[in-house]
Design a protein around this ligand. Structure first.
Ligand code: PLP
Length: 384
C-alpha cells in the first residue's frame, strides 16, 4: 500500500475515546444498548429533536431496518438517485424492491426534484433522497410529491448529520432517516450508523426488528417479564464499546463542525479563482442550505483530466479520490433496466468528480500543499 504524506482521510480522535471504552468495559456491559449507546443517541435526539434514535451497526443496516419498517414487498418500487452508494438501493433490493434510478441536479448533485414525479408509478413505495456531501436536497418539492402520492420518504443522511435545509435539520424530513458513523464520516466509531424515527408509530417495531425480532428492549425496561420472538428481525445493535468511541466524538460535535467549516472554507477561498480560470466546478451550496461540511470536491473537464490530476497529486504524496459510479450502469443496475443516457447528469459528473483530502485534523499547511499541488498541474485538456 502506498503511504501518502497527505491521505484522503485520517480518522482523528477527540481524546476521550479510550477512556470511554475503558469505562464501558469496567461497567461490565459491552453488548448493545449500554450507557454509551444511550448517551450517543440522546445527543442526536436532543439536537435534532427526533422522537427516537436507534444506533445501528452501519448506515446500510439502518437502511435495511427502514425498508423492513415501511413494509417493502417484492415488486414495490423505490426511487433512489443513481449517484449514490450501493446501500441506498441495496437495502431495499434485499427484500424484493425494484430500484428506480433518478438523475441528479448538476449544481448540488442531489436528486433532481424537477424530474422526480415522472418516475412515480402506482407501485412506488418510497423515495430515498441522499443529501450529497451534506447539502440538503430540495425537500419542499420532494415532500410535496411524496405527500400527494402517499409515498414514504427515507432520507439517506449518511453525509449530512447537523446540516440543515431551510433551517431544519437534515434527517428530520422523512418518516425515517439514516446516518453513517463509518470512519470516513464527520463523526465515527469505525463502522456504525443510526436510524432516526421521526414518525413515532415505528418506534416499537423498530426496537424489535433491531433486536433479532424479539421484545428484549421492552424486557430490559421492565415492561414485560420475559422476552420472546415476536416478529422478523436481525441483529443491528453496535457494541457499547463502539458507542463509547462514538460518544467521545458526538459530545464534541460543535467543535468538530467548526473545524470542518474552517477546512471547507479554506479550500473554497483558495481554489475559487483558480477553479474559475480552469473551468473547474466546485461545490454549490444554495443559500437556504447549511451544509454539514462533509467533503470538498472538484468537477474536472474530463475523465482523462481527472485521472491525470489524481496521478499528479499522487506523485506529491497526496491522495485524492473519485466517488460513486452510476448505479444504473452497474451490473445490478442494468439488471433492473438501467441503460446508458438514462441519467445523463450522473453519467457525466461521476467521471469528472474528484474529492480532496478532508479530515478533522488536517492542518492548514497540509491543505496549502494540496492547493499548491493542484495549482502546479498543467495537464489540462487543450481542446477545451
Ligand atoms: C450515501 C451513503 N449511504 C450509505 C452509505 C453506507 O454507510 P455505511 O458504511 O455506514 O453502511 C454510504 C457510505 O459511504 C453513503 O455514502
Amino acid at each position: 500500500m502506498t503511504a501518502f504524506t497527505i491521505p484522503f482521510n485520517k480518522p482523528g480522535l477527540t481524546g476521550k475515546e479510550l477512556d470511554y471504552i475503558a469505562q464501558a468495559i469496567s461497567c461490565g456491559h459491552i453488548s448493545g444498548d449500554g450507557i454509551f449507546t444511550e448517551k450517543s443517541r440522546t445527543i442526536i435526539e436532543q439536537v435534532l429533536k427526533v422522537p427516537r434514535v436507534l444506533l445501528t451497526t452501519s448506515c446500510t443496516h439502518a437502511l435495511e431496518l427502514a425498508a423492513l419498517l415501511i413494509n417493502i414487498q417484492p415488486g414495490d418500487e423505490v426511487i433512489v438517485p443513481s449517484f449514490t452508494f450501493v446501500s441506498t438501493a441495496n437495502a431495499f433490493v434485499l427484500i424484493g424492491a425494484r430500484p428506480v434510478f433518478a438523475d441528479i441536479r448538476p449544481d448540488t448533485l442531489n436528486l433532481d426534484e424537477a424530474r422526480l414525479e415522472e418516475l412515480v408509478t402506482p407501485r412506488t413505495k418510497a423515495i430515498v433522497p441522499v443529501h450529497y456531501a451534506g447539502v440538503g436536497c430540495e425537500m419542499d418539492s420532494i415532500c410535496d410529491i411524496a405527500n400527494r402520492n402517499g409515498i414514504h420518504i427515507v432520507e439517506d443522511n449518511a453525509h449530512g448529520l447537523f446540516g440543515k435545509y431551510k433551517g431544519r435539520y437534515l434527517g428530520t424530513f422523512g418518516c425515517l432517516a439514516t446516518q453513517s458513523f463509518h470512519e470516513t464520516k464527520n463523526f465515527y466509531c469505525g463502522e456504525g450508523g443510526a436510524l432516526l424515527l421521526n414518525d413515532p408509530q415505528y418506534i416499537d417495531r423498530a426496537e424489535i426488528l433491531r433486536e433479532k425480532g424479539t421484545n428484549r428492549s421492552r424486557f430490559f425496561r421492565g415492561q414485560v417479564d420475559k422476552y420472546s420472538w415476536v416478529d422478523k428481525g436481525s441483529s443491528y445493535l453496535p457494541s457499547d464499546m463502539l458507542a463509547a468511541f462514538l460518544f467521545a466524538q458526538l459530545e464534541c460535535w460543535e467543535s468538530i463542525q467548526t473545524k470542518r467549516k474552517h477546512i471547507w472554507d479554506y479550500y473554497s477561498e483558495h481554489l475559487q479563482d483558480w477553479a474559475k480560470e480552469h473551468n473547474i466546478g466546485i461545490p454549490t451550496i444554495p443559500p437556504h442550505c447549511d451544509q454539514s461540511y462533509h467533503m470538498f470536491y472538484l468537477i474536472l473537464n474530463s475523465l482523462e483530466e481527472r485521472q491525470a490530476l489524481i496521478e499528479h497529486l499522487k506523485a506529491r504524496g497526496i491522495l485524492s479520490v473519485f466517488h460513486y459510479q452510476p448505479l444504473h450502469l452497474s451490473e445490478m443496475g442494468r439488471h433492473f433496466g438501467g441503460e446508458n443516457y438514462h441519467c445523463p447528469v450522473t453519467e457525466n459528473v461521476s467521471d469528472r468528480l474528484l474529492r480532496l483530502p478532508f479530515y478533522n485534523d488536517i492542518t492548514e499547511s497540509e491543505q496549502a500543499q494540496v492547493i499548491s499541488g493542484l495549482k502546479e498541474f498543467d495537464g489540462w485538456n487543450t481542446e477545451r
